[in-house]
Design a protein around this ligand. Structure first.
Ligand SMILES: [Cu+2]
Length: 402
């Protein structure tokens, strides 16, 4: 945990502020912090052995960077499986002039809850947590899912949901963060339509939906008109698991805390990536690219548990070399049956008409193409944000060369 809290303390700054965070490592092992989504300077990106030496037990490291652009972000450890031990928290960079007005806001952090120490599937029954049997299941070409005890909203299991108070007539902004280690969530709010206003912190032309699906590392902001008094569940279901839904309660002041909250109905108008149109364009990615990578995402063969990009499992993997100023295109094909939420450090990318930093590549030969401008020199990780896939090799370094 950060500061004894789970999720970690909310960091909230104004766009353009210089944020300085001193991390003291009281763990018995090395750690780092990554500022997910913010294109920080390379030395403070928090990737061990890529952008910095890992921070040893007892040591302190100070991360300093200008918090921009505005948006909904989060921070988390980038060492091993520490994210699944609760080393995560929200980071909000407030815009000076929002493109959609609202009266109040809530941050909604979704997570999958793993008591005890997470272990990679290749550990099988070893390890000290006493669960035995490891994650198991799934078969060679399938996936494994840790034995989650439940799904969380702001650190709370569904039997003890957080409450978000609203007043009739308000416009309420929800900042949804998928901070899970492996869960793709489908999100709905009973009795209310959501107007999606941002993805991965970046403003989009508002889209009205009744649900959206997002993978680990993605964020959506949505504004809800509070015009249906009562008590209503926000519900987030694991698309790839069978744990009970994560829940929070939207409670109108006028409801007086009485009556059972109502559950959402089946989704009929789910957000698609194609609905997302960034309100401004991403510089440097118009026309045809200067460099294109065609990458296959797949499960490694053989006895060991690996996930690969073009047959290589990080860290035994070639860097993707690019030059400053290039328009770079990455075309991904997913040859596995499971979703891979792919995240690029240090840059936003264009996917369709949206500007994002994390994008789900669907299973069963799903294809996604992203374009970015090589405007932030350094060595940057490009990886699956399913923590267990990352840990098993699904990553590459994007390396600037002259
Ligand atoms: Cu993956």
């Amino acid at each position: 945990m950060y500061e004894g809290q789970f999720p970690g303390p909310e960091l909230r700054v104004q766009e353009g502020d210089v944020l300085s965070v001193e991390l003291t490592n009281d763990l018995q092992e090395e750690t780092t912090i990554h500022w997910h989504g913010i294109p920080v300077p390379n030395p403070v990106d928090g990737v061990p052995n890529v952008t910095q030496d890992p921070i040893a037990p007892g040591d302190t490291f100070t991360y300093t960077f200008r918090a921009e652009p505005a948006g909904t972000y989060f921070y988390h450890s980038h060492v091993g499986l520490q994210l699944d031990r609760g080393l995560l928290g929200p980071l909000i960079v407030e815009e000076r002039e929002p493109h959609v007005e609202y009266d109040r806001e809530y941050v909604v952090v979704l997570d999958d809850y793993l008591p005890g120490d997470p272990r990679p599937p290749s550990d099988g029954g070893r390890g000290g947590s006493g669960r035995g049997g490891g994650m198991g299941g799934g078969g060679m070409m399938g996936d494994v899912r840790p034995p989650y005890e439940g799904l969380l909203i702001n650190g709370r299991l569904p039997e003890n949901p957080p409450t978000f108070d609203v007043t009739e007539g308000e416009r309420v902004r929800f900042r949804f963060v998928n901070a899970a280690s492996a869960t793709v969530f489908g999100v709905r709010i009973a009795g209310h339509e959501m107007t999606v206003t941002h993805t991965d912190g970046q403003p989009v032309n508002p889209v009205d939906v009744d649900s959206f699906v997002f993978g680990a590392g993605e964020r959506y902001d949505a504004v809800v008109e509070a015009e249906n008094p009562g008590r209503w569940f926000i519900q987030a279901d694991a698309l790839d698991g069978n744990e009970p839904s994560a829940r929070a309660v939207v409670e109108y002041e006028s409801a007086g805390g009485s009556g059972a909250p109502q559950s959402p109905s089946s989704p009929s108008n789910r957000l698609q990536y194609g609905d997302l149109r960034a309100i401004s364009s991403l510089d440097g990615v118009s026309g045809s690219p200067d460099r294109t990578f065609d990458l296959t995402l797949s499960r490694g063969g053989g006895q060991s548990y690996t996930w690969t990009i073009d047959g290589q499992a990080y860290p035994d993997a070639d860097p993707l070399q690019i030059r400053p100023g290039e328009h770079v295109r990455i075309r991904m094909t997913n040859q596995s049956p499971v979703v891979h939420p792919m995240h690029l450090h240090g840059h936003f990318f264009r996917v369709g008409n949206a500007i994002k930093d994390t994008v789900m590549v669907p299973g069963h030969r799903g294809r996604v193409t992203l374009d970015f401008h090589a405007d932030n020199p350094g060595r940057w990780l490009f990886h699956c944000h399913n923590l267990y896939h990352l840990d098993a090799g699904m990553a590459r370094v994007v390396k600037y060369v002259e």
